[in-house]
Design a protein around this ligand. Sequence first.
Ligand SMILES: [Ca+2]
Ligand SMILES: [Ca+2]
Ligand SMILES: [Ca+2]
Ligand SMILES: [Ca+2]
Length: 484
Amino acid sequence: MKSMCDRQGVMGMNRGVWVLAASAVLSASAGAHAQLSQRYHTTLNGNFTVIGNTLAQDVAPGVPAPVVGSIGAVGVNTADAGADVFWRSNAPAIGQAQANVSIGSGDARSQALLVLPPGSLVRYARLYWAATGTGPAADMEVQLSRPGGFSQTIAADASMTMAGNRYQATADVTTIVQTNGFGAYQVGGVDCFPLADLQSDSTFAAWTLVVVYEFPPDPLRDIRIADGLHLVSPTSPLAHTFTLGSWVPSSGINGSLAVVCYGGDDAITGESLTVSSIAMSNALNPASNFANGTRSYFGAATSNTGDLPQLTGTPRSMSGFDLDVFDLSPVLTSLQTEVNMTCATTADEYIVGIAAASVAVICRPFEFLHQPATQTVCLGSDVQLTVAIDTMDAIGYRWQKNGADLEDGPRIQGAFTGTLTIMGVQAGDAADYRCLVTSLCNSAYSNPATLTLGVCCPADFDGDGALGVSDIFAFLAAWFSGCP
Ligand SMILES: [Ca+2]
Ligand SMILES: [Ca+2]
Ligand SMILES: [Ca+2]
Ligand SMILES: [Ca+2]
């Protein structure tokens, strides 16, 4: 995208065409965007794959022609860097796609082919859709379908919006992808601002499907998906750290990083994607121009029979949509536990929506960071015992009292968490406590913590945790018996 003041904002009619309105409002609300945050993680023998397609086509001179898909009448104001006409997949017939100025946003749809290793099992799938919308709110409902197969309305479980009515929404579609497996996925019903005759460099509409699968022959991989909606500008880079639960091995190092962004412009450069300060670049993604309208895997363009439209995946072909998977192997080192990604720019502004990382790992046994503390407590008081380990990938906690498993109850909470709480301590609570912690790689008992009862209030003579007449009688009884 071009600079801030050139960006699409509130639009209005002017001289018979849609034009950009002056956008002082944009700067004021630009803070609404979000950095990336982790959506999902797992560790399994398998990997992720990512597919997606644009819903609209930029027909400016120099944009690669579709492999499959016909472009008809396109209207005016098409030389801009924004998308100009909507696609409709499986139209006018199954297996075809057409784009022209008479296709409205409500009819726009596109399709992409999901390929999975034979024998793999889908463990997780998440659909994202993003566009320059018709209002400040995200479109929370789209259609996901397969011609001749299923058709389902998908409701978003999260969304992100930013200035210029740009949004991204997302939904967990694991069950649908588990049911329907490999093959074509078609997305439509994505709310978009009308493109016909619009003069704008920043219009886009696209969708992405991230699928995590288990495949036993694959190495053990730590897989993480993060999302948000962050406008990367010269004053606002984006940094995201994937914190791995395990270690990068000393041999068999491999990993991949998928980054989805919107609004990148092939004709404007200056942007960089780095991991550990090393540029992620390849034949299709120059080190200073990775937001360039490509769909690629490890430097090769992705263009599958079954995509509708089937685009080349080469620079500019995706019309303001980038879906690139980079090889992380060159930047990974043995025993590494973090992948630090930074997106920056000196000129071309772009919006990062999704980043997913997959890294081959070996199990890393955890160590205790914090052990439960031996303590003396008062009758009737509440007490907490806490353990902490040096990985976020704890699978389970189980507290024990004198070696016997504890259950949650009226006075016991957190028996299956890192913090055990005993409320209203009674005499019978004096014991040794420990926690069995289990992670992906190992399990271990914490040190035992001994709970001892102390007399905290001398006037609570009978030790029931409360002061009352019974304390006086207990005192007198002790007095007259000579403290037996
Ligand atoms: Ca255009
Ligand atoms: Ca246009
Ligand atoms: Ca660029
Ligand atoms: Ca790219």
